[in-house]
Design a protein around this ligand. Structure first.
Ligand code: FAD
Length: 106
């Protein structure tokens, strides 16, 4: 059976890294692409109930695509929403850059 945990860790690594590499000052096209990508991602994510919840989250809290900082914080909050749902501790979003850009040892 598909491994929802492994898929999750890999996907969050991808999503947070993508946000950390997003431009500080994105063009209009880059902003539109990112909004569209996250919407499509929520349609194709290969864990049905995860995807449905993520889609609802995106509809309620539109991805903040104005800058690297905004997108990275938005992603952190979206991840925290799942953490809380699963009974995991919240991550302090002030540390997004250390964790996902500069890097630290788990
Ligand atoms: P993960 O939660 O995968 O986190 C990986 C690493 O990210 C952590 O070790 C930590 O260093 C860092 N981190 C943790 N929180 C944050 C944060 N807020 N911001 C930045 N970095 C952080 N699983 C389900 O069982 N049900 C679901 O409905 C579900 N929905 C999901 C929806 C999406 C879009 C994704 C990508 C995953 C979903 N998952 C779901 C999987 C779940 O979120 C975890 O990935 C999985 O449970 C493994 O958790 P983990 O504790 O190993 O670390």
């Amino acid at each position: 059976p598909p491994d929802v945990q492994k898929l999750g860790v890999a996907s969050w690594t991808f999503l947070h890294t993508m946000a950390a590499k997003y431009p500080r000052e994105p063009t209009q096209t880059q902003k539109e692409d990112m909004s569209e990508f996250l919407k499509l991602f929520s349609h194709v994510y290969p864990c049905n109930w995860c995807a449905m919840d993520f889609e609802k989250y995106i509809t309620k809290y539109s991805p903040r695509v104005e800058s690297k900082e905004e997108l990275s914080r938005w992603m952190c909050e979206a991840h925290n929403h799942v953490n809380v749902k699963l009974g995991k501790p919240k991550f302090n979003c002030d540390f997004w850059q250390q964790r996902w850009k500069d890097g630290w040892e788990e």
